[in-house]
Design a protein around this ligand. Structure first.
Ligand SMILES: [Zn+2]
Length: 407
């Protein structure tokens, strides 16, 4: 492994993408049948955010590579169903493919295998010392032998496996998508080198990830209430996430950054601003010498593409303008989405990248969640003196210590 750079040096960042994501996918009536990764690429290009060497094209994972985690019969069944454009009832029931949730569409197998190849490449980039951003990754619900929750394969699993093969002794997986990262948690339930953490909306599909259902002691789940806002996220980061990552001191971090945790997503009820999520990712990136940042869900094409474009800016050290230049606005203007009413498309989604922060005061249930999980993990013991006495007022005013691993 390449040794990490000296503290204070910004690591280079590399974007992993592919033109396969420009092809129509998921049919017509599916929440993912919206432009996503290709808009992020076009937006970043319009903003001049790709220099030579910043963008790498994703390879496609071979069937042999896919079978390194997935059941080989499932891989073949998915390949054959995608080629035929249909599935038998028995295959549909056995593997969860050809359903409304996980439809068969032209180019499905190439697209899903490319997303796995991209996450393996992202792990190799991270092993080389750069921060890898692969927004087409983050299919965190995929199971070894079954499609689930719009995910056919599980690319985060492949990124983590590649990091372990590359010599990492401890990998921390943090999932900031609005849904529980169930597939990743289950995949590594018996792997002592992998720790998982998921912040997700309570009571939402897949209905796992409660406080008490983790299937191993290295899994930490933080189910949060509807309306979860910026100050609440930072309370959980300060009180649980950052202290836990500091204790584990991972060699590598894999982050899933689904855009469905943002305010305005049509399928979820979380209410974060993209700025709060960018700050959270910045803090986490500072906690490990090797980092892979993946995408995930996100069903509002405006909020999603603004989030991920700004995330690339943060990771690669670019300045986010207050107002987008015309060429960038031209990328956002033609977007359409059946799940977002025209009158709900906010004017600033077309002219800016950074959201106004959600300054709603933190609720007692989120503070109780932090205290309960913090006590269970015995995290208070390791807090430095100045962070041991929690001062809600300080956090509520936004003047709390938010450096975490930077110290
Ligand atoms: Zn999600």
């Amino acid at each position: 492994m390449t040794p990490p750079q000296a503290p204070g040096d910004r690591r280079p960042a590399i974007f992993v993408g592919h033109d396969v994501y420009r092809r129509a996918a998921y049919g017509t009536l599916h929440p993912l049948a919206i432009p996503r990764v290709e808009v992020v690429v076009d937006l970043c290009r319009a903003l001049g955010w790709f220099d030579d060497g910043d963008y790498r094209t994703s390879p496609r994972a071979s069937e042999a590579v896919l079978a390194g985690f997935h059941d080989a019969a499932y891989v073949r069944a998915l390949r054959d169903a995608a080629a035929a454009g249909r599935v038998d009832r028995a295959i549909r029931e056995r593997y969860g493919i050809g359903t409304m949730e996980n439809p068969i569409f032209a180019g499905l197998f190439e697209r899903a295998a490319t997303s796995v190849g991209g996450s393996i490449l992202a792990a190799e980039i991270a092993l080389g010392g750069a921060v890898a951003f692969h927004p087409a990754g983050g299919t965190h619900h995929g199971r070894r032998d079954r499609a689930s929750g719009f995910c056919y394969f599980n690319d985060p699993v492949f990124a983590i496996r590649r990091l372990l093969e590359g010599g990492c002794r401890r990998v921390f997986y943090a999932d900031l998508d609005a849904h529980h990262g169930d597939g990743v948690e289950i995949a590594f339930a018996a792997e002592p080198r992998v720790h998982t953490l998921s912040i997700h909306e309570a009571g939402r599909w897949p209905y796992t990830g409660t406080l008490d259902d983790a299937n191993n002691e290295r899994a930490c789940n933080l189910p949060v209430p509807r309306g979860f806002g910026d100050r609440e996220l930072h309370i959980l980061l300060d009180g649980v996430v950052i202290p836990l990552v500091e204790r584990i001191a991972p060699d590598a971090l894999v982050l899933t950054c689904g855009g469905d945790a943002l305010a305005g997503d049509p399928l979820t009820g979380m209410a974060l601003s993209n700025v709060a999520l960018w700050d959270a990712v910045d803090r986490l990136v500072a906690c490990a010498p090797r980092v892979v940042v993946l995408g995930g869900g996100g069903y509002n094409p405006w909020t999603l593409t603004r989030y991920w474009s700004g995330l690339w800016a943060r990771l690669s050290g670019r300045t986010i303008p207050d107002r987008l230049p015309e060429a960038a606005q031209d990328v956002l203007r033609p977007l359409q989405c059946d799940l977002v009413e025209e009158e709900d498309v906010r004017p600033e989604w077309l002219t800016t990248l950074a959201d106004a922060p959600n300054l709603a005061p933190p609720r007692a249930e989120v503070i109780a969640l932090r205290d309960r999980v913090g006590a269970r993990l015995d995290l208070a013991r390791q807090l430095p003196a100045e962070r041991a006495g929690w001062d809600e007022e300080r956090i509520a005013l936004g003047t709390g210590d938010t450096t975490g691993c930077m110290r």
